[in-house]
Design a binder for this molecule. Structure first.
Ligand SMILES: [Cu+2]
Length: 120
């Protein structure tokens, strides 16, 4: 009788351990900096970006920059993302608001060339 009880206990213990392991896996997939991320496309012209605000899920965020008019680049404050002219950059971003600024002195409206990257 005692042996049966012991066997039942150990089966329960294994079940509990397995459940815990599964939970941890799920957490590491959905949590922190390993979110889905995404790509945003910025179109730069003299002297503005095509949107004031770009929204993207947290994780590996890629920015594609296109120059529609003039020659512009971007830096994203608080990250090491930097693009001169056309191209793309990727960084792992946590939720927050990041200011995008034109990195190339492109003309008289240069200082107004800002936009917001909202990472959710
Ligand atoms: Cu510019």
């Amino acid at each position: 009788m005692k042996k049966l009880l012991l066997a039942m206990l150990s089966v329960m213990l294994i079940a509990v351990l397995a459940a815990c392991g599964g939970g941890e896996e799920a957490n590491s997939e959905s949590g922190g900096s390993n979110g889905e991320g995404g790509t945003v496309t910025l179109e730069a012209s003299n002297y503005t970006f095509d949107q004031d605000e770009y929204r993207v899920p947290a994780g590996d965020v890629t920015i594609d920059l296109k120059n529609i008019e003039g020659y512009h680049g971007i830096t994203v404050e608080g990250t090491d993302m930097k693009i001169d002219g056309e191209g793309s950059a990727t960084a792992n971003l946590k939720p927050g608001e990041y200011k995008i600024i034109c990195s190339i002195p492109c003309g008289e409206g240069h200082h107004e060339m800002t936009a917001m990257l909202v990472v959710e």
